[in-house]
Ligand binder design. Structure first.
Ligand SMILES: [Zn+2]
Length: 82
């Protein structure tokens, strides 16, 4: 038996979903849509495959370092909670 358990809540029920992933490094952001992950059905923790995270990082570098054009871009308002 190779039962995977959530490291947050110990639950073993997961569902495969496609989610929006926000990657941030040094004040730069990349939003990646339709990223596959496993979601814990009890606490909602998301689990990504290592190869998925590497691909997101690769695209981040392509856009910010090699100046590749992203599929689309959005403007994000910023607030300070005070
Ligand atoms: Zn969980």
């Amino acid at each position: 038996m190779n039962e995977t358990r959530c490291h947050i809540c110990g639950n073993s029920d997961f569902e495969e979903r496609k989610v929006e992933y926000i990657y941030r490094r040094n004040g730069n952001y990349l939003v990646v849509r339709d990223v596959p992950c496993e979601v814990c059905l009890r606490c909602g923790e998301r689990y990504y495959a290592g190869t998925t995270l590497l691909e997101i990082e690769r695209r981040f570098k392509a856009i910010y370092e090699q100046h590749n054009k992203p599929k689309t871009a959005i403007q994000v308002p910023v607030e300070v909670f005070a």
